[in-house]
Design a protein around this ligand. Structure first.
Ligand code: NAP
Length: 282
């Protein structure tokens, strides 16, 4: 089995991003990503720090807007909307993302609508997803892009390939399925109501898991030689992070697999930053 090195792919992406940032800065533009943080969630804070660290390496400016700290309580949906509206209108900001979890009663769709489509570098606006579905230019969620980037950089043939996507969320499964369809894969999307999941996944040349259930897919789900992309990030009781795929069980069967951590995650951050550069260039 080949272990696909997400960190190496991320480094290659970031090298190109850094070169582009240098050129943009020389021309007087400082690529800037605004991160709105509406929560004091520990995992979210960790993720924001990791984006900031990576951005610093490629000279992208991060503007963190900590709504929770400022108010010492959860912001309202209106607070969030107002902040996203003003960042969308701010010419010194090129990309805008909003972290989850969102305040109670606020949906990602509602929030996303306040991120201008041309700054929507993590594809949170439902209009971006609609444009993606229609084959029009738009930013897809970085995680969905990461799946395609990893497959391309690993030279996995997609045209005509039987590809099974497990998961249909608006942030991962659905946009990833749309991007892979655009790559001419024959895409099957499975979900919690799918009858006999393994019967589908066992046909897959490429199997993508974005389920959110620790080690749910085992050797029985995988066709010998298949490429397995594991998007899942599930915390375990002992503080580890594991994927949706039981890597130890699947390794003897699969042709290639992404590890967790060190697979899709670092590529996602790299592509988010690449999107900021693309937005800054416009
Ligand atoms: P989500 O919104 O909870 O969606 C999970 C999807 O899996 C749903 O479509 C659900 O089906 C399906 N599902 C749940 N149980 C299933 C089962 N037993 N059999 C088949 N399908 C099942 O999660 P998400 O936001 O898409 O995230 C998925 C995973 O990716 C999570 O572990 C998350 O942490 C991870 N993630 C990683 C990154 C990264 O950068 N690495 C980024 C985002 C997310 P229904 O639609 O029928 O409910």
């Amino acid at each position: 089995v080949t272990l696909i090195d997400g960190r190496a792919i991320a480094r290659a992406v970031l090298d190109a991003v850094h070169a582009d940032v240098t050129a943009l800065r020389a021309a007087g533009t400082t690529p800037t990503l605004a991160i709105v943080v509406p929560t004091d969630d520990e995992a979210t804070a960790w993720y924001v720090r990791s984006i900031a660290r990576t951005a610093a390496k490629v000279d992208i400016e991060i503007r963190e807007i900590d709504l929770y700290d400022a108010a010492s309580t959860e912001p309202t949906g209106a607070d969030l909307a107002a902040r996203l509206d003003s960042l969308s209108a701010d010419p010194s900001v090129h990309g805008v993302i909003c972290q989850t979890p969102l305040p109670k009663g606020v949906t990602l769709d509602e929030v996303g609508q306040h991120i201008a489509v041309d700054k929507d570098v993590d594809g949170a606006n439902p209009e971006s997803l609609g444009r993606l579905a229609a084959g029009l230019p738009a930013f897809a969620p970085a995680t969905a892009q990461a799946v395609v980037e990893i497959l391309h950089r690993s030279a996995v043939p997609l045209v005509g390939a039987d590809l099974v996507m497990v998961g249909r969320s608006n942030v991962v499964g659905k946009p990833a399925a749309l991007l892979l369809l655009a790559e001419h894969a024959t895409v099957t999307v499975c979900h919690s109501r799918t009858r006999d999941l393994a019967a589908h996944t066992r046909r897959a040349d490429v199997l993508v898991a974005a389920i959110g259930r620790a080690r749910m897919l085992g050797a029985d789900h995988v066709k010998p030689g298949a490429v397995v992309i594991d998007v899942g990030t599930n915390p375990t009781d002992d503080g580890q992070l594991v994927g949706d795929v039981d890597t130890a069980a699947v390794e003897p069967v699969a042709g290639a697999i992404t590890p967790v951590p060190g697979g899709v995650g670092p590529v996602t951050t790299a592509l988010l930053l690449r999107n900021v550069v693309a937005a800054a260039r416009r």
